[in-house]
Design a protein around this ligand. Structure first.
Ligand code: ADP
Ligand code: MG
Length: 312
């Protein structure tokens, strides 16, 4: 029997970010049940990976830095292992152990002076994925240096979006969108048979959409410095920091990555910021089913080979 399918949407704050969850269902009751399922899945993941929640396994790993290995859930272990994989792929531009640099840079408007060179140098001493020691047999994670910390700010929302999508698909939801503040994951099609489309914000004017793109490859993530940044001497420093130098990325104002999974897209969008246009584009071109759109601080749009922009 065929029901008329409709999209149902809810906006909610999870993982400190805005999530817009859309599901295609036969009526509002069913729609709400599905949306509730997605929310509990995202909440579950937040409890596992949050470095603010003192009860999370991630916090336990951080508390035991330089002290002892901590046994964790296989899911968290695997996420950390994939995070290290991205570090290797990006020559360390992406690093989940970036977290100790957070003390130096604040992107909430509270910073008045540029940090000193010495303090920046000192902040990266504790950063380095080589010092995350994994034991596959016992599922333990050990941060070798005291004061070292890991965090999933650049990959967690993408992962949560993937998991929520997988869960809903397994429950028979035919189509939907999980949008985690710009980390978008779609499946199926709109009830009228059209592809889902994503609006990419114009980083020069955040109230304007600069392109509307159909998503056919699963996930699309935009990382932009139009939200969290600080200006010193006319240079805009983003909240994405190069773990090798301790300085925030400059020169790029927005990176959009298309990939089969939001987790990969999320991590790569952050990485391209740090790698810069040339190296970033080069890495993206080498990965199958991955594309990107970069906007530099002059407003130039640079895309990987297979992207065609349909301007709105
Ligand atoms: P957003 O989610 O804010 O749009 P990103 O996905 O790019 O942006 O994640 C940025 C966050 O990732 C930062 O706020 C910080 O927590 C973390 N981060 C910053 N620099 C790095 C880095 N080089 N590698 C991994 N994580 C980083
Ligand atoms: Mg990211």
């Amino acid at each position: 029997m065929l029901y008329a399918q409709e999209p149902y949407k809810r906006t909610i704050k999870l993982m400190g970010s805005r999530f817009d969850i859309t599901v295609v269902a036969k009526d509002p009751v069913e729609g709400n049940v599905f949306i509730d399922m997605a929310i509990s899945e995202i909440t579950r993941i937040e409890k596992l990976i949050s470095s603010w929640d003192i009860n999370s396994q991630t916090s336990k790993i951080n508390r035991n830095a330089g002290i002892k290995p901590v046994q964790v859930n296989i899911e968290l272990f695997n996420l950390i292992q994939r995070g290290i994989g991205i570090s290797k792929l990006t020559d360390g531009a992406f690093d989940i152990s970036y977290a100790s640099m957070d003390k130096i840079w604040k992107f909430d408007g509270s910073m008045i002076f540029m940090p000193s060179e010495e303090s920046i140098k000192a902040s990266v001493v504790k950063v380095g994925y080589h010092n995350i020691i994994l034991d596959k047999e016992n599922h333990t994670v050990f941060l070798k240096l005291a004061g070292m910390r890991i965090g999933f700010g650049a990959i967690g929302k993408g992962y949560a979006a993937d998991k929520a999508k997988d869960l809903l698909k397994s429950k028979g939801v035919v189509a939907g969108i999980i949008n985690a503040s710009g980390d978008m994951n779609t499946w199926g099609k709109q009830p009228d048979g059209k592809e889902w489309k994503v609006a990419i914000t114009n980083p020069m004017d955040k109230n304007k959409v600069f392109a509307l793109l159909p998503i056919t490859k699963g996930a699309v993530v935009t990382s932009g410095n139009y939200e969290k940044y600080v200006n010193f001497n006319d240079v805009r420093y983003t909240h994405i920091i190069d773990p090798r130098s301790g300085y925030p990325a400059t020169g790029i104002i927005s990176v959009t990555v298309f990939a089969p999974k939001a987790e990969l897209a999320d991590a790569l969008a952050t990485s391209v910021f740090v790698m810069g246009i040339e190296v970033g584009l080069n890495r993206i071109e080498q990965l199958p089913q991955v594309e990107c759109i970069i906007i530099d601080d002059k407003g130039n749009i640079i895309t990987s080979k297979n992207i065609e922009i349909e301007k709105s």
